[in-house]
Design a protein around this ligand. Structure first.
Ligand code: BF8
Ligand code: SF4
Length: 646
């Protein structure tokens, strides 16, 4: 794979004009980007790509030759199956840990609310908190919100430990699904427990049965999906409010030429929510005016951005691959980061401009950034301090270097499960009816990252287009949502790009054919929706005409997500190949064997048009399985690979 700037230029890196304009700035000014560094890494290690390299002990590093010419075993005797399984399990554990530790941070803040020890946060959604309390068997009789928060948070902390046999939120899955998890010993118990056990098992000389390793990897991922991530989503709603449909905007054009621009980057909404409030502080607004700015403007990046977009309608400046490029507009006074998906490179890029980078979580420091330790006891004070820094920095902006190359595109967001059900009139019945009568064939979650190995946003947008054209409702999260938003697929008028059935449903409800369900921890909203549909119909999730896709994934978190989605019964197509191809046994297990155990499998298909066909065929098979009118899956033609190298 080459990412050379020669030939047809930046169009090989991205489909978006805003990215092209900034790549031109980077070329002109000699600023390095993620694409340059990818090119310098070529050729990347073939063993690592296939998953057959191991460096977990000091007898190694070792590698197994997939072609049979070189060594077939590591120094300890581990073969390709063991090495690939261990590596995959560790990827899943790292991803699950990232999401779940984010969930723990929100839970600890919720606990501070319960103890009355924060001047910043409060229970915003008491009804949702009470529903959660019921699921955890916490009585609410005669208690204040604060008392419920105290008792519920204490109970939820048990989800991270080892006193549970089952995570309570997994009880939302249909009985049939829970039975599968029980039978396979994959029912998640404690979030920390599964992650620690994953690291234990993959230490040299512990679990050497690759199937057994992978089953525990599944359990670890389920502790993320039905545990840590779900806690993150649920409690963020309780603290910061339930997302409801709202109009916003997306791309580099959301930056304001005459205002103080603050970019919110990372994943955790605790700080970004506070900055939203601080940016409206009259004193800071007056200071901004004094400095010659018309106002203070916020823009989100990655999943912190998605969180405040979903709840507050804050515009999105871009997804993962825009984090360096947005600084190159010369219009960003300050980028505040929390954790996850923040490239260490951003501080280098910032040095070429007046942009300040501020890190905030003590577990995520960045050389070159100013660190302001975030303490939820005094969130607002810290939020104001950061906004003030941005305002003060406006004076350092160099007007001649400001280059905001496009106009912002409109997009809608805010489709929590509760909001979707409300849009449907208070019950999932109209959606079920549309699926039963075939006007909507099924629904697909298009989720995950951007990865410089794939032309930015091409995988997400082409797959989404092919699906909605064929009357498949698309729900999106994470960086996929930003891609589809930029492409104009997330406004009600995009119903015109959908097939006739989906288009009519969207127009009747006034919704886009692509629904933004949130950040990456909010993939749990998709699980909750799938479980609600399955329970409504009295079937298992695996019987439903649903699928998942991660066309441009890069992160370990995405591997955990993909795994819990498949283990929840939803067929999932990956665009980027995971490092498993050095073990034909494991490839067979993931793409075929899982069907018998979990009723769903993975597929890998880099070309989005071909991925769409795989998904459409799968959905028609599921429709037939439910006795619904279905097209012949084999009559849906498989296009040649054109858009992506196979
Ligand atoms: O958690 S989609 S690049 S920002 S990992 Fe990261 Fe991937 Fe974006 Fe969101 Ni999710
Ligand atoms: Fe090599 Fe085995 Fe050590 Fe891995 S665990 S580095 S395969 S000796």
């Amino acid at each position: 794979m080459t990412t050379s700037f020669s030939g047809n230029g930046f169009k090989r890196q991205s489909i978006n004009a805003d990215a092209w304009a900034m790549l031109e700035v980077a070329r002109r000014e000699g600023i390095e980007t993620v694409w340059d560094r990818l090119e310098k890494q070529q050729p990347q290690c073939g063993y690592c790509n296939l998953g057959t390299s191991c460096r977990i002990c000091a007898m190694g590093p070792c590698r197994v030759d997939p072609f049979g010419d070189g060594p077939q075993k590591g120094v300890c005797g581990a073969d390709a199956d063991i090495i690939v399984a261990r590596n995959l399990a560790r990827m899943i554990a790292a991803g699950a840990s990232a999401h779940s530790d984010h969930g723990r941070d929100i839970l600890e803040t919720f606990h501070l609310v319960g103890k009355g020890e924060t001047d910043t946060y409060k229970v915003t959604e008491p009804e949702k908190m009470r529903r959660l309390a019921a699921e955890y068997g916490v009585s609410v009789e005669g208690k204040t919100d604060q008392e419920i928060a105290a008792d519920l948070s204490w109970e939820m902390m048990e989800d991270f430990g080892m006193r549970r046999e089952k995570l309570p939120l997994a009880g939302r899955a249909p009985k049939s699904r829970q039975e599968i998890w029980e039978k396979t010993a994959t029912y998640p118990r404690g979030v920390d427990r599964e992650n620690v056990e994953a690291l234990h098992r993959t230490h040299m000389g512990v679990d050497n049965d690759w199937v057994n390793i992978l089953l525990h990897a599944v359990r670890t991922s389920l502790s993320d999906g039905w545990g840590g991530s779900m806690i993150a989503t649920e409690l963020s709603d309780v603290l910061f409010g339930l997302p409801t449909p709202k109009a916003s905007t997306v791309n580099l054009g959301v930056l304001k030429p005459n205002e103080v621009n603050i970019v919110l980057h990372g994943h955790n909404p605790m700080l970004s929510e506070v900055i939203v409030a601080a940016s409206q502080d009259p004193e800071l607004l007056a200071l901004a005016k004094e400095k010659g700015a018309k106002g203070i403007s916020l823009a989100g990046l990655c999943c912190t951005g998605n969180e405040v977009l979903m709840r507050k309608g804050i515009p999105m400046v871009g997804n993962h691959l825009m984090q360096e490029l947005c600084i190159m507009t010369g219009a960003v006074e300050l980028m505040v980061v929390d954790y996850q998906c923040i490239m260490p490179a951003v501080t280098e890029t910032a040095k070429c401009f007046h942009t300040k980078v501020v890190s905030t979580f003590d577990k995520a420091k960045f050389p070159g950034a100013e660190h302001i330790s975030f303490d939820p006891h005094h969130g607002m004070e810290i939020g104001k301090k950061i906004v003030r820094m941005a305002v003060e920095n406006y004076a350092n902006r160099v007007a001649q270097r400001v280059n905001i190359p496009v106009n912002a595109a409109p997009m809608m967001a805010g489709f929590s499960v509760e909001a979707i059900v409300q849009a449907l009139g208070g019950t999932p019945e109209p959606l079920v009816k549309a699926i039963v009568d075939g006007s909507i064939r099924g629904a697909v979650g298009v989720v995950g990252c951007s990865n410089p190995k794939i032309k930015q946003d091409l995988g997400h947008t082409e797959l989404t287009r092919r699906l909605i054209e064929n009357d498949i409702l698309v729900v999106v999260t994470g960086c996929a949502a930003v891609a589809d938003g930029k492409a104009g697929l997330m406004v009600p008028e995009a119903a015109d790009q959908a097939g006739p059935g989906l288009s009519a449903v969207c127009k009747a409800l006034g919704i886009p054919p692509v629904l933004h369900m949130g950040s990456c921890v909010d993939n749990t909203r998709i699980l909750v929706l799938a479980a609600a549909l399955a329970n409504h119909l009295g079937v298992d999730i695996s019987a439903l005409p649903l699928a998942g896709a991660a066309p441009e994934w890069y992160s370990e978190k995405a591997v955990s997500i993909g795994t819990y989605v498949v283990a929840s019964g939803i067929y999932t197509v990956l665009g980027t190949a995971p490092p498993v191809f050095g073990s034909p046994n494991i490839v067979k297990l993931l793409t075929e064997g899982l069907q018998d155990v979990f009723g769903a499998t993975f597929a890998v298909e880099p070309d989005p048009n071909r991925a769409a066909t795989l998904i459409r065929r799968h959905i028609e098979r599921k429709r037939a399985g439910l006795g619904l009118a279905a097209h012949d899956p084999d009559a849906i033609p498989m296009p040649e690979a054109e858009l992506m190298p196979a």
